[in-house]
Ligand binder design. Structure first.
Ligand code: SF4
Length: 272
C-alpha cells in the first residue's frame, strides 16, 4: 500500500465529505454505473469543446504530476478509510499527526470498535468536528465487525451505507485501496471543473458524472489527485491573473474571463 511522503497541505485533500454529498440516511447508495439523480443529460451539458479541453488538461496534469500519491498516511484499506473520514474539513497534515497514535491503539476494526466514542475523540480531538467523527468511526468499526467480517467492503453500495462515508469517500477508497476506477469529486474539483468549462453541474455529484464522461476510465484514479494537487499549487484564494495560469489561460470560459476582469477592475477602483 502506497504511503505518501507528502503530508502537508493548506487544506484537507478530501475536504468536504464525511457523509456530505452522500445519499441521505436510509437511501440506497448510488451505484457507480447509475446517473446521479437530477443530473439531467450529461451529453447535453458536456459538449465536444469540453472533450477537447479535457484531453489537453490531462496532458498538462500528467506532465505536472506524473505519479500523484495520496497524501494521507495509511497502511491498508481500513486505515485509509479512517483517514479519509477524518480528513473532512481539516488539513491532511493534521490528520497525519493524529492517526499514528489512533492506529497504534486501534489498527483493526475490532480494536477500534472496542474503544469508546470518548476514547476515540481523545485521539482525534485536534481534528475538526472531532465529536461527530468519533461517533462515526465507532459506528463504522462496529458495522465492519458485525456485517463485513472486519473487512472494508469493496463495493460502492456497501461503503456508502457506513457511518461517515459519503459518495466521495467511497470513491476514494475504491480507487486508492482497491484500484477500482472511480472519480472522487470534492468541492475543490467541482469548482475547478466549472472554471475550466468541463462541467456545469450544480453539485459535486453532477460534476462527477461529467468528468467520468470526459476522461478515460484508466485515468480517473490519478486525475482526481492531480486536479487537487493543481488546485493547491496554482489556485490562490484571492483574485489573480488568469493569463498566468497553465490551464485557465486557455480553458476558462469567456463568461468567467469577463467576470474576473470586472471584479479586478472593481477591486482596483475600491483600492484607488
Ligand atoms: S486561473 Fe486561477 S483558479 Fe483558474 S485554474 Fe488557474 S490558478 Fe486556478
Amino acid at each position: 500500500m502506497r504511503v505518501s511522503a507528502s503530508a502537508g497541505g493548506r487544506r484537507g485533500f478530501y475536504a468536504d465529505d464525511a457523509g456530505r454529498g452522500a445519499p441521505r440516511r436510509g437511501r440506497r447508495g448510488l451505484p457507480l454505473s447509475k446517473k446521479v439523480k437530477g443530473a439531467g443529460s450529461v451529453r447535453r451539458r458536456v459538449g465536444a469543446e469540453a472533450a477537447v479541453k479535457a484531453a489537453r488538461i490531462q496532458v498538462i496534469l500528467d506532465s505536472l504530476y506524473p505519479e500523484p500519491a495520496i497524501p494521507l498516511e495509511h497502511a491498508d484499506p481500513f486505515t485509509l478509510l479512517v483517514a479519509v473520514v477524518l480528513s473532512a474539513q481539516t488539513t491532511d497534515k493534521k490528520v497525519n499527526q493524529v492517526t499514528p497514535a489512533l492506529f497504534a491503539a486501534a489498527p483493526t476494526p475490532e480494536a477500534l470498535a472496542r474503544l469508546s466514542v470518548a476514547e476515540i475523540a481523545a485521539f482525534i480531538r485536534e481534528v475538526g468536528l472531532a465529536p461527530q467523527k468519533a461517533r462515526a468511526l465507532h459506528g463504522l468499526a462496529e458495522r465492519l465487525v458485525n456485517e463485513h467480517g472486519s473487512r472494508v467492503p469493496a463495493t460502492f453500495e456497501q461503503l456508502v451505507q457506513l457511518p461517515g462515508v459519503g459518495r466521495k469517500t467511497a470513491n476514494v477508497v475504491l480507487s486508492q485501496a482497491f484500484g477500482q476506477p472511480a472519480f472522487p469529486v470534492d468541492t475543490h474539483i467541482h469548482r475547478l471543473a466549472a472554471r475550466w468549462g468541463l462541467s456545469r453541474g450544480r453539485t459535486p455529484d453532477h460534476t462527477e458524472q461529467d468528468l467520468r464522461r470526459l476522461f478515460p476510465e484508466a485515468a480517473w484514479n490519478r486525475l482526481h489527485l492531480q486536479i487537487i494537487y493543481f488546485g493547491r499549487e496554482y489556485c490562490p484564494a484571492l483574485r489573480h491573473d488568469l493569463g498566468a495560469c497553465p490551464i485557465c489561460s486557455w480553458a476558462a470560459t469567456k463568461q468567467r474571463i469577463a467576470d474576473e476582469r470586472r471584479r479586478g477592475a472593481g477591486s482596483q477602483r475600491a483600492r484607488g
